[in-house]
Design a protein. Structure first.
Length: 507
């Protein structure tokens, strides 16, 4: 393949080589030709004029392995201002341990073989915008003090950025923080991409980047934000364990394979993300936003330590997502597309205001029980605002929501509270009439069959009233008079004898 066959005709800002019309190499005076088209004697003269720290301008030049090695040896591997824009490296380009004392640019360059910058030092800015790497690209152990730009690069082989350092921490000036970032906007990684142990003192921007195979950020350290908005992960993505100071943004990403997140102390944003593989997030002392996300398969978001606060679940469409140890006190659940696909384990929920409550309605006095409620009910009752921007809650919707969330709760007490909440919202949403009266009596008697203490209290009250009534009835009854025992006197009458009767007749 010719040196320029992959480039479309374009205008350049430098004087091009006179040897070949299609050659874009910068012309060197007094020859009027690029370094690749100089004679051996002219090349030797050019190399003799090099000195350590000297600037190099080889824009658009065709560079073989031998030629670039001789040039780097001529400056003793210490370059001043380096310009390799649109250069073509036909052989392995070995810039290992080279020190770039000023800005270095490789914009639109093409590397047909290995491109190695192992241990290189860029004391200022470096740019590889729209560079093409046909084989491996290694920046392992490199140090970049200024801004590093890799926008629109294409790496056909593996990309190795392990233990690299990006940013201006070495400057020591806080005013330069905004320039200390590494940008990989719309970069294409066709092979494995490894950022293990890399340190980003500024933002690490991978917006709309595409990873065709696995990518790893194990033990990476981002002192600002890691931005992956709109990125595409076709292979497995291992974002951690890594340290992020501010924010890990995965808004709008598309992950066709497992997505592993392990970080803490920052905000994790998954708004409108589509995770078609398994999502496994291990977070500590962090916040997570799942607004409008689509999560397929068995996935889980787990609190590793500290506090895990969920800020939004509105529009979340999850087949089977488990939240473990999440703080849901201010997160609305009314915007879930499939509440039955959510599993809640050891989560923290909101609670009604404790103590005695007075109001103008019926009943005028109420004692709120300490039960778990979702933030949507708190908003509807006016107990406090919640962070959801979903549909306004109403009792009928909340009753259905409680019922659909109940099977996914692992705690029996929370499940009972959700069942109570469903009945309570059904009662509150019922029109005034017989049904509401029956539900009110059901609530008052035994708490919808879920408050055994209330039923026992009523039973004790009824028993006490019955006992009191019996005692009262016994106390007002007149005392019985004692019966008078009358003595019975037996009268014994003598019986007339026959002789007396006969005597009488005779007389």
């Amino acid at each position: 393949m010719t040196s320029r066959s992959r480039f479309a005709p374009l205008d350049v800002v430098w004087r091009t080589c006179d040897a070949v019309p299609e050659c874009l190499g910068i012309a060197h005076e007094p020859y009027g030709r690029c370094l690749a088209h100089l004679t051996p004697a002219e090349v030797a003269a050019f190399l003799r004029g090099l000195a350590p720290g000297q600037s190099l301008d080889l824009r658009g030049t065709l560079l073989s392995e031998d030629l670039i090695t001789r040039v780097l040896d001529g400056v003793e591997r210490r370059v001043g201002r380096a310009r390799f824009d649109r250069a073509v490296f036909t052989g392995p380009a070995r810039f290992g341990e080279v020190v770039f004392a000023a800005d270095a640019s490789f914009d639109h360059a093409r590397f047909d073989r290995l491109a190695s910058f192992y241990g290189a030092r860029f004391l200022c800015n470096v740019s590889f915008r729209e560079a093409r790497f046909q084989r491996e690209f290694s920046l392992h152990g490199a140090r970049v003090r200024g801004h590093a730009a890799f926008d629109h690069v294409t790496v056909r082989g593996d990309a190795l950025f392990g233990a690299a350092l990006f940013g201006a921490a070495l400057f020591g000036g806080p005013g330069n923080t905004r320039f200390q970032r590494a940008s990989f906007h719309r970069a294409q990684f066709h092979g494995f991409a490894v950022f293990d142990g890399a340190v980003f003192h500024g933002d690490a921007a991978f917006r709309s980047a595409r990873f065709h195979r696995a990518v790893s950020f194990r033990d990476a350290d981002c002192r600002a934000s890691a931005e992956f908005q709109g990125a595409h992960f076709e292979g497995a993505a291992y974002l951690g364990p890594m340290r992020i100071a501010r924010r890990l943004s995965l808004a709008g990403v598309r992950a066709c394979a497992p997505l592993h997140i392990d970080t803490g102390g920052c905000r994790v944003v998954l708004r409108s993300a589509a995770v078609l593989g398994r999502l496994a997030a291990r977070l500590s002392d962090a916040e997570i936003d799942l607004h409008g996300a689509r999560v397929a398969g068995l996935s889980d978001v787990t609190r590793r330590s500290g506090r895990l606060r969920v800020t939004s679940l509105d529009g979340l469409d999850a087949d089977a997502l488990t939240l473990t140890g999440a703080d849901l006190r201010t997160c609305g659940l009314g915007g879930l597309r499939r509440p039955e696909g959510l599993r809640l384990r050891e989560c923290v929920f909101a609670a009604p205001p404790g103590g005695l409550g007075l109001r103008l309605g019926w009943p005028p006095v109420r004692w709120w029980s300490r039960r778990r409620v979702i933030a949507d009910e708190r908003l509807w009752r006016g107990w406090g605002a919640q962070g959801s921007d979903g549909p306004a809650p109403d009792p009928a919707r909340l009753a259905v929501l409680y019922e659909r969330l109940g099977p996914g709760v692992d705690d029996a007490r929370v499940a009972a509270d959700f069942a109570f909440g469903a009945m309570e919202m059904r009662r509150q949403g019922s029109p005034r009439g017989l049904m509401r009266l029956l539900l009110s009596l059901y609530w008052l008697a035994c708490g919808y069959g879920l408050r055994a203490g209330r039923a026992l209290g009523w039973l004790a009250l009824v028993a006490a009233v019955a006992a009191g009534a019996v005692c009262w009835a016994a106390g007002v009854r007149p005392p019985d008079r004692p019966a008078v025992q009358r003595a019975r006197v037996g009268v014994v009458r003598p019986v007339a004898s026959f002789s007396h009767a006969a005597h009488g007749l005779a007389g």
